[in-house]
Ligand binder design. Sequence first.
Ligand SMILES: NC(=O)c1ccc[n+]([C@@H]2O[C@H](COP(=O)([O-])OP(=O)(O)OC[C@H]3O[C@@H](n4cnc5c(N)ncnc54)[C@H](O)[C@@H]3O)[C@@H](O)[C@H]2O)c1
Length: 263
Amino acid sequence: MRNLIQEFGLVTGASGFLGKKHCETVLENGQNLLMIDIKKKELFKFKKTLEKKFPNQIIESYNLDITQAKNIKKIRKEFDKNKYLVTLIINNACIDSKPNTNSKNSYKKILKSWDKEFDVSLKASYLIIENFTDKMKMLKKGKIINIASDLSLIAPNQKIYKNVYNNFKKPITYSIIKHGVIGLTKYYAAELGKYNISCNAISPSGVFNNHNKKFVKNLTGLIPMERMASINDIVELMRFLISGKQNYINGQNIVIDGGRTII
Ligand SMILES: NC(=O)c1ccc[n+]([C@@H]2O[C@H](COP(=O)([O-])OP(=O)(O)OC[C@H]3O[C@@H](n4cnc5c(N)ncnc54)[C@H](O)[C@@H]3O)[C@@H](O)[C@H]2O)c1
């Protein structure tokens, strides 16, 4: 008899650079996909591309702000109605100041966006985990993957931006948030492990995305493998983590950085 319950992988920040790849990895892993992003046009365009590539899987998309509890509850309600079940959560969304914004008035800028940055990375992950794990607990099955960064382990080296991006300085918020993601990961790994739900973090160093040549030189000079991460490096790690071939990694911060954080 056909299983009436449809299993989904949930990806936040689904229309971003890495989010898109996480979406494809979930579908390639045979799960249905729940994609959420605040960027409407990009989300729906990408959904159409995925529907063509994966015609036999269900793809649900929500153009919502994940920091609002009512939005997460709405998705959950609609999922319950359709007998859809989330068994994988990838908390990927983040507000990461782009290096083309200069540091002038950084104090004021940081204060202005402080709450939102914290909410997108930490509160939203909390909301999603709390709203979608009760069924996982009943089923005794689930995986949570939180996307952190090498800046969950080290402080930013501001020299890599100097004289490249208009004197950009990586703001303190990103550092605090990414360290916070590790706390969140350990908390839920301890809490949910007994239900056979694992919770881990991935910490990539910079993933190459046509960055400025001088910036690449500055950064790769700090990396033992002398290159930035490729998007494929991240895909392969995600594929391994969600594959179901391993079910005993829990509470870890899996660092994928070419050795950046060891020196
Ligand atoms: N790209 C890298 O080199 C790199 C390196 C290390 C870690 N990371 C981490 O990987 C993750 C993805 O990075 P990326 O480079 O793809 O970033 P990105 O900016 O391309 O994507 C982030 C996505 O999150 C979405 N988002 C932001 N606020 C939202 C909200 N309130 N509600 C719903 N969606 C919202 C954005 O619209 C965007 O599509 C982030 O957590 C980032 O910190 C990235």
